[in-house]
Ligand binder design. Structure first.
Ligand SMILES: [Zn+2]
Length: 73
C-alpha cells in the first residue's frame, strides 16, 4: 500500500467578510476544508472600529457601512 504525501497549498490571505451584524460567528469553515476549521466562536465587532478578526483563522469581519467598510460611499 502506497502512502502519498499531500502537499497543501499555501494558505490564502485572510478573507474579508462583510457582515451586517455586530455579532458574528466563525468556525473557520466555508472557503477552506472543514478539516481546517476551528471551534465555533462568536466575535463582537466594536461599532467604533467597524471590524473584528477571528483569533483562529484571521478572517476579518467588516461591518457593512462601518468605519472599516472602505467600499462604502
Ligand atoms: Zn475563524
Amino acid at each position: 500500500m502506497r502512502c502519498y504525501l499531500v502537499i497543501m497549498p499555501a494558505p490564502p490571505p485572510p478573507e474579508t467578510i462583510k457582515v451586517t451584524s455586530h455579532r458574528v460567528a466563525c468556525d473557520g469553515s466555508g472557503e477552506v476544508s472543514p478539516a481546517l476549521g476551528h471551534p465555533r466562536i462568536y466575535i463582537r465587532i466594536d461599532p467604533d472600529v467597524g471590524f473584528a478578526e477571528c483569533g483562529y483563522c484571521d478572517r476579518r469581519f467588516v461591518f457593512t457601512g462601518g468605519p472599516a467598510d472602505t467600499e462604502a460611499a
